[in-house]
Design a binder for this molecule. Structure first.
Ligand code: FAQ
Length: 369
C-alpha cells in the first residue's frame, strides 16, 4: 500500500462524504476557505503528532463518517455477537461454566454500550444506529453469521473469535479519535479474559475423552477460516484501509493483523493438542512469520450479502429483542422525566422541566440482547 499522509488523503476526501453533523463539521455555514484551510491544517498536524481528536474538535466530514461507520459496525457486532454464545447458557455443562458464560455474554452487551456511547459523541444517536442495523443499512461482523452447533463452539469462539478481536482491537487503543481509543482500552482487557476462558475450555475438552477431543477439533475446524475473515478483505480489496490508516484510525492493514493472528495461534494450537485445519501453514524464515493457505473470499462475500448460514436468524432475533424491549425504554424515559431536575431559570417555562428526556438518556437502558 502506498504511503499517504493524512493531509493528502484528507484533501482528497474533503467535502465528498455525507456530513453527520456535529460541532466540527467542514460544512460549517459561512466558513471561509481560509478558515477551512486553517482547520484542516490543525487537524492534520494533530494527527501527525499522534494527538487525540476529541468530540468538539474540528474534523473533516469524511473522518467523522468513517468513524461512525466503523464504530457502529463494531457496536452492532458486540450485541449481535451475544446470540451465538447465549444459545449455550441454558446447556452449559456445569454451574461454573454457566456463570462464566453469562458473565462473558453480559460483557459483550457492555462493549456495545461503550461503543454506541462513543459513537454518539460524533453527533449521531444510538436510536439512529440501531434503526440502520435493523434496516440492513449498517453491517455487523461476518463471524456472527455462523451457528454454534456444540458446547465446544463456545471454547472456539473464545479462543479464536475473541483472539482475533483482541489482535484487531489492541491497535485501536491508539486510534486517533479519543472516545473510541479510550473505549477500546477497557474492552481489550475484558476480551483478554474472554480469550483465556475459551482457551481453557478447549484445553479441558482436548484433554478429556476421545469424543470431547473430537468435539473440540470439529469446532476449531469450523471456526478457523471464518475467524481469519474477521480481519476484513485482503489489502488490495480493502476500500477503506488506506484512508483510515492515513487518519490513524486503523494502525495496521487487514493482512498485517491477519498474519499476526496466525502467528499467535500456531503455537497455541500446538499447546492445546489441536490442529489448525490448514495443511499449508508453515514457517517462512524470510518473512519471520507463517505462510498459510488461501482464504475462500467468495464465502466472505456471500456472508456480507446476507447469505451466510445464520444472517436471517440473527437479524430477526435482534429486531424482536428491540421490539420486546420497548416497554423498558418507555419506563426509563418516564422515570427520567419524573426525576429530571426542576428548571429554575425564569426564562424556562415550568412545564419544560417535565418534558421528555433526551433520546440519549432514554436509550441508556436500551436492551442489548
Ligand atoms: N464483517 O475496507 P475494509 C468481536 C466490510 S467484535 C463484515 O477493509 P474497514 C467481539 C467493511 O465494513 C468484531 N463486514 O473496511 C466479540 C466495508 O464495508 P463497506 C468486530 C466487513 O472498516 C467476540 C468492506 O467490508 N470488530 O468480535 C468485515 O477499513 C465474541 C470493505 O472492508 C470490529 O468491528 C467483516 N469481518 O476494515 C463479540 C473492529 N470486514 O463500508 C461477541 C473494528 C470488512 O464498504 C463474541 N473494525 N467488512 O460497505 C475494524 O477494525 C474494521 O472495520 C475492519 C474492516 C478491520 C473490520
Amino acid at each position: 500500500m502506498a504511503a499517504v499522509t493524512a493531509h493528502q488523503t484528507t484533501q482528497k476526501t474533503l467535502g465528498t462524504a455525507n456530513a453527520a453533523g456535529g460541532a466540527g463539521s467542514t460544512a460549517a455555514a459561512g466558513e471561509t476557505d481560509a478558515a477551512a484551510a486553517d482547520h484542516l491544517a490543525a487537524f492534520d498536524a494533530a494527527v501527525a503528532a499522534d494527538e487525540r481528536i476529541e468530540p468538539r474538535d474540528w474534523m473533516p466530514d469524511a473522518y467523522r463518517a468513517t468513524l461512525i461507520r466503523q464504530m457502529a459496525q463494531h457496536a452492532h457486532s458486540e450485541i449481535i455477537g451475544m446470540q451465538p454464545e447465549a444459545n449455550w447458557i441454558t446447556r452449559a455443562p456445569s454451574l461454573r461454566r454457566k456463570a462464566i458464560l453469562m458473565a462473558k455474554v453480559q460483557d459483550e452487551a457492555g462493549h456495545g454500550l461503550y461503543l454506541y456511547s462513543a459513537a454518539e459523541t460524533l453527533g449521531t444517536s444510538r436510536e439512529e444506529l440501531l434503526d440502520k442495523l435493523h434496516a440492513g443499512r449498517q453491517r455487523y461482523s461476518s463471524i456472527f453469521n455462523y451457528p454454534t452447533l456444540t458446547w465446544a463452539d463456545v471454547g472456539a469462539i473464545g479462543w479464536l473469535v475473541d483472539g482475533a478481536a483482541i489482535t484487531n482491537q489492541v491497535p485501536l487503543c491508539r486510534c486517533s479519535y479519543g472516545p473510541y481509543a479510550r473505549a477500546m482500552v477497557r474492552i481489550c482487557k475484558e476480551e483478554s479474559f474472554h480469550q483465556r476462558q475459551g482457551y481453557e475450555l478447549l484445553l479441558a475438552l482436548s484433554r478429556g475423552t476421545e469424543a470431547q477431543h473430537a468435539m473440540a477439533q470439529d469446532a476449531v475446524n469450523r471456526w478457523w477460516w471464518p475467524s481469519l475473515m474477521m480481519f476484513g478483505p485482503p489489502d488490495d480489496a480493502s476500500s477503506h484501509s488506506e484512508q483510515s490508516m492515513a487518519w490513524k484510525i486503523k494502525r495496521h492493514s487487514n493482512d498485517e493483523l491477519r498474519r499476526r493472528f496466525v502467528d499467535i495461534c500456531v503455537p497455541q494450537a500446538e499447546a492445546l493438542g489441536l490442529e489448525l485445519p490448514d495443511p499449508d501453514i508453515r514457517w517462512n524464515e524470510e518473512l519471520g512469520g507463517h505462510d498459510f493457505g488461501a482464504i475462500d473470499w467468495s464465502e466472505f462475500q456471500e456472508v456480507l450479502k446476507g447469505n451466510g448460514p445464520c444472517n436471517e436468524q440473527r437479524i430477526t432475533q435482534r429486531r424482536r429483542a428491540h421490539e420486546e424491549g420497548a416497554w423498558v425504554r418507555d419506563a426509563a424515559a418516564a422515570y427520567a422525566a419524573k426525576h429530571a431536575p426542576a428548571q429554575t431559570s425564569p426564562r424556562t417555562p415550568a412545564s419544560a422541566s417535565a418534558s421528555a428526556p433526551t433520546s440519549a438518556s432514554a436509550q441508556h437502558v436500551e436492551e442489548t440482547a
